[in-house]
Design a protein around this ligand. Sequence first.
Ligand code: ADP
Ligand code: MG
Length: 344
Amino acid sequence: MVLVNPQSGRGQALQLFSGQIEPMLTEASIPYTLVITEHQNHARDLVRETDLSQWDALVILSGDGLLFEVLNGLLEREDWEEAIQTPLGILPGGSGNALAASEYDIILYEEIANELLLSCGFLLCKGLVTRLDLVSVHLASSQRIFSFLSLAWGFVADIDIESEKYRLVGPMRFLVGTLMRLASLRVYQGRLAYLPAPPSTPQNSSLFNRKGPPDSLLADLEQPVPEHWTVVNEEDFVLVLAMFQSHLAEDLFAAPGATADDGFIHLLYVRAGISRLALLTLFMTMEKGGHLAIGCPHLVYERVKAFRLEPLSPEGAITVDGEMVEYGPVQAQVHEGIARLISG
Ligand code: ADP
Ligand code: MG
């Protein structure tokens, strides 16, 4: 099943499909059914209900947002354990194509974005499947969602949200958003704690009682974090960014050490007090993944298994895989390799 979001990116996903992907599938004699999404959550509802035995793979031609819907739909099913084994394919057609870029682990610019699509189409035809980590994210309303890419708060989350209005410029929208945000840089108050990798003893909590994999590393969100967790001393941040793949966007190589199934959350945070110039430098060097090597004293990077973030600022935004979620305390843990991705 090929799911296309006709609104994604510059609104050309359908043309990308018929122009580039359809001929490849035809030549490779791969039969498919095309589904054009009509609204947000259409794909999520569809994969929650569909008879999955009909499909060898679910393929998304859109940005990261549509894959987010599909993964969450699969994990909302009664048979989630089997459903999440369905191979997933990603064909970059959106304005945020971080997973596709992460699969390649190369630096891509807008001029060659079409080559990324062709390359992913080629991988799709080959049909090799690898494992993909997912991260379960708990929100204050006790809702749980699954993420494959990132959780952001502060500077990066604000850019995610604000840059939506520049989506017509395509992947460049993050750069435009970054420059706008730098002009009105602010500090966000909150508490951050994490479980350093490798993991320690599982917790026993009420979090077992639902569909999807149990979150054995987390205590209830209303309870303090487990004793062996590391609690960050600072409460003033410019950003907190948890990465589950190497790329935050096609041109943001945020977690150079990350792979799709490494079983880690790559936690980055920037303490308050950083200058605008230093922050700009961080994002410029992030394009090629060099930001961890420039010795920025305000930037901290940890590989963790789980974390909790409790914003204290009354206003702010949190995004998961680039989409805005409920603002408030969140916690998350990684589930190593529970999904499957068509990849090289
Ligand atoms: P982009 O990278 O361009 O943002 P996404 O795949 O992330 O593309 O999709 C953006 C948003 O659009 C997501 O929240 C997705 O759920 C939603 N969406 C999916 N299908 C449609 C549709 N047919 N019309 C409007 N929005 C849709
Ligand atoms: Mg998106």
